[in-house]
Design a protein around this ligand. Structure first.
Ligand code: SF4
Length: 493
């Protein structure tokens, strides 16, 4: 029994009791581990915290013991809020974990794009396969046109409880002809053209995979003590961080136990001529200490993009200030190239106790309140000055508009926005909740109109070819640019 639902042998039965019917996309943090030893819940919680910046609305954990006993938990809010001794459900999960002594687990932090922030939408999603039995999946990304897959599966007798494409992926695995979870994930990567990084567990395997386009990152590393750790973020691998391996696009990594032998092997199942890593992930979403290439981090990339912007920007300012946190590296790169002092780089301060990224909150009003609450502008630093503000992107323009107002309120003489990336003019269908075309600040507007919209003196973007030239210094594979130029690597409707 899991969550009050009995596993039916020889059929496909949901184990996660999902009750809503809204369209949902996922851009989330995922993690997991497979070990010869019992994995403590504390380790799982710490790892989930390290991917919490990718989703604040729910956290989910599923674990399995080496004798095939499963345990599952979904809680609302931040990991540190949901996974506490004051949450009876989490306490039940911990009690059961002590009984079963789990040796594999997967975790998920959820960012909802459409649909309510309720527990029903949390992952992992569990299903049952007629041959290899119970399994759980966590997913980061989105499957464009997953309705087509759904119709095929419905024709084979599958029923769905949500519109979630994670549920669709789980159902593809549940309907595979393969006899193992690993085999079913090989099938999935070969067959499904979508944006997904997934980690799944059964009582025999932990299986991690990235789609052939390589939209979203996924890492793994060995802890030297019989364990393998997986995460959407390199720094979330914890102690194995320094020996991390990036899972190549189209590759499946399988950790399992055959007899007394534990092993992990990676196999590239589908290879495209060109991959499509998400540039917005590099510029905005990733932690600054996330790796790229063999020696660089996202912080290095953002610094270089800021320098490149300084080369093309025609606007003179007295000072530059970065929007914390992901605008800061680019601001330092910009200032260095321009020879501007960075003495006042803290002119915009973020309250780290205020709620997180406004971009990943579901409602427009929530976002605007959060922006004012989480920033303050230091009058002593900006008063009477021409201020250049460096931020990673302008999406809806809420942050730029409100910070421009705050800078003027603090006495800035001029406010100019410097964006070390091109304007986002098209929607994303691969996992980022860019708003509708109508809501996108740059859709149908040029730089002057965007400046007018946010009340600033000017806005300068980095041209796409210049950004790509910088990114390609760090990653020799291809980048997705669909939200900039409308060139979608996977057809969307
Ligand atoms: S469309 Fe834009 S946001 Fe979406 S995956 Fe491509 S680069 Fe990333």
């Amino acid at each position: 029994m899991i969550g009050g639902t009995k596993v039916k042998s020889g059929g496909w039965l949901h184990l996660h009791n999902i009750v809503t019917y809204k369209k949902e996309q996922e851009m989330c943090g995922i993690c997991g581990a497979f070990s010869q030893n019992t994995i403590p819940v504390d380790f799982m919680v710490k790892q989930a915290v390290k991917v919490n910046h990718r989703g604040h609305e729910a956290v989910g954990l599923a674990q399995v013991s080496c004798d095939g006993q499963f345990n599952h938990f979904v809680g609302q809010g931040l990991v540190r809020t949901a996974c506490t001794a004051s949450n009876p459900k989490f306490c039940e999960f911990c009690d059961r974990a002590r009984e079963i002594a789990p040796t594999a687990y997967i975790g998920h932090t959820r960012y909802s794009t459409v649909g309510p922030s309720d527990l029903a939408h949390g992952q992992p999603i569990g299903m049952c396969h007629p041959k290899f039995g119970q399994f759980y999946v966590v997913h980061n990304g989105q499957i464009p046109r997953h309705e087509v897959l759904r119709k095929e599966l419905e024709a084979q007798g599958q029923w769905f409880q949500t519109q979630s494409d994670t549920e669709t992926l789980a159902a593809v695995i549940a309907h595979s002809e393969a006899t193992t979870l690993a085999g079913a994930v090989y099938d999935l990567v070969e067959r499904v053209d979508g944006a997904f990084s997934i980690i799944a567990i059964s009582d025999q395997h932990l299986v991690a995979a990235r789609d052939a386009h390589g939209f979203w990152p996924l890492w793994y590393g060995f802890d030297g003590n019989g364990g393998v750790v997986f995460a959407s973020e390199e720094p979330a691998l914890g102690r194995v961080y320094y020996r991390a391996e990036y899972i190549p696009a189209g590759t499946v990594v399988v950790s399992d136990k055959a007899g007394d032998e534990y092993g992990t092997k990676a196999q590239t199942v589908r290879r495209l001529e060109r991959t499509h890593a998400c540039w917005l992930n590099a510029v905005y979403l990733s932690r600054p200490d996330e790796g790229i290439g063999s020696t660089a981090t996202m912080s290095n990339v953002r610094y270089a993009l800021g320098g490149a912007l300084a080369d093309v920007c025609q606007v003179d300012v007295d000072m530059v200030v970065g929007v914390p946190d992901s605008g800061l590296d680019a601001m330092f790169g910009f200032a260095k190239k321009r020879g501007l002092s960075t003495e006042d780089w803290r002119a915009i301060v973020r309250n780290r106790f205020a709620p997180g990224r406004s971009f990943i909150l579901p409602g427009q009003e929530d976002r605007q309140d959060v922006i004012r609450d989480k920033h303050s502008v230091t009058m002593r630093m900006v008063h009477g000055k021409r201020v250049g503000v460096v931020d990673d992107t302008i999406v809806r323009s809420n942050t730029a508009r409100i910070l421009t107002q705050m800078l003027y309120e603090a006495g800035a003489m001029e406010v100019h926005w410097f964006i070390p990336a091109p304007p986002i003019r098209f929607c994303c269908y691969y996992g980022i909740d860019t708003p509708t075309l109508r809501e996108l600040a740059a859709h149908g507007r040029d730089e002057k109109q965007i400046a007018h919209m946010i009340g600033a003196n000017s806005v300068t973007y980095l041209p796409l070819p210049v950004m790509l030239a910088v990114l390609e210094r760090y990653n020799r594979y291809g980048w997705c640019t669909a939200c900039v130029d409308g060139d979608y690597p996977i057809a969307v409707t």
